[in-house]
Design a protein around this ligand. Sequence first.
Ligand code: UGA
Length: 448
Amino acid sequence: MKIVIIGTGYVGLVTGACLADLGNEVICYDIDKKKIKQLQSSDAPIYEPGLKRILRNLNISKKANTAAAMRKNKVLELGSITFTSDPEEAIRNGKIIFITVGTPQQKDGNVDLSFVKSAARTIGKFLNGYAVIVNKSTVPVGTARLVKKIICGYHNKNFDVVSNPEFLKEGNAIKDFFNPERIIIGAESKKAKRIINNLYQPFSCPILNTSLETSEMIKYASNAFLATKISFINEIANVCEKVGADIKGVSQGMGMDSRIGESFLKAGLGYGGSCFPKDIKALHNIALSNNYRFKLLKAVIQVNNDQRKLLAKKVKKMLGGLKNKKICLWGLSFKPNTDDFRESAAIDLIKLFQKEGAAISAYDPKVNYEEFTNKNNFRNKINFHQDKYAAIKNRHALVIVTEWSEFKKADLGKIKKLLKKPVIIDGRNIYEIGKMRELGFRYLSVGR
Ligand code: UGA
């Protein structure tokens, strides 16, 4: 199928690359010319396991539908992917047009739909035949209809709008794309429903066909439920600390009940990233603007914010104050296997530590340190390192912020020798308490 992707951010790029890998002819459009240039040379602007490999194997062309590219694809039985910053070239070729642009949060917590609206206007301008416009961006209920209204304002009225939320997890997105647990298709027109069901034919998972509104709500409700699980387990962890229970065993025991399920029961520093914090606040505000107070979600947000402050308090107590203390953070991304640090616990922790006069060093295997510094308004300079052991030399404490597997496998004896004091505060519960005691560490974690 001829597919157009509008917006080559994380969702757009993964979706485009995977759909091309399945044999479709994909054109990715983005207004960011620099990004398009980078993509044209097979270089992925984000770190996502498996993405580079897929892009490398695909036939990447700079112009859509060149005869040579078509011939090459036929021989290799591969799909193709084209990257362009020319909207006309992209849209006039599309039979299925995905909107995968960002829906950032405004200062008041509401969703900023300006990129979605602008994508709809671009589609309206250049659409020249029947196409299904598929919205994959996370948007408030009613947005698919808004997109329809905007495109209707242009000359070509031969199109349908579908809502098809994504459930990809950063760091696992390629695997998630090829092994979905469900596909949600919100559509009004039978024709559009048929086309999109057909696109997903290679997948064996259940496909749920719903109305536009239900589909849009499924996405928010799913993210909100997962965030609720995280805040719930973090509160249980906090009680565990008071009563002498171990959250790891508690999560394990709870998770054995198939009604509860074992996933998203890891206690720690709470959720971050570009989705949960924004989506939970958005759903809370959507409810409020419809005269409903979503009390539970308010608490979920509060617990998540407090979880970081609680850890900072632990560090302060352990070190007898933070002034002039040298603290090292391992992990700056919001979770492992990604270079994304949006809303990561590390940002809040560094700010809290610096405010109290501590000096910070840090190590992360993938985060771009320059970007991390430029995008966050830190009070003082951070001492970044390319080697995790160099980062802890002569520090008063090591704080584990992200559970990268290389931290789990780290040489604990070496850590002890390098640190000024053998103090580890583990925000992700990656080490065994017994072993840490045996080795002589002063070790604190969450809910144990
Ligand atoms: C999340 C959803 O899991 C995806 O299904 C969804 O498609 C995506 O948002 C989105 O809306 O685009 P993602 O933000 O990539 O995916 O990350 P998750 O793996 O869900 O983790 C979110 C945060 O929760 C991370 O900071 C992680 O450390 C934290 N978390 C997760 C916990 O603290 N405990 C857990 O048990 C699980």
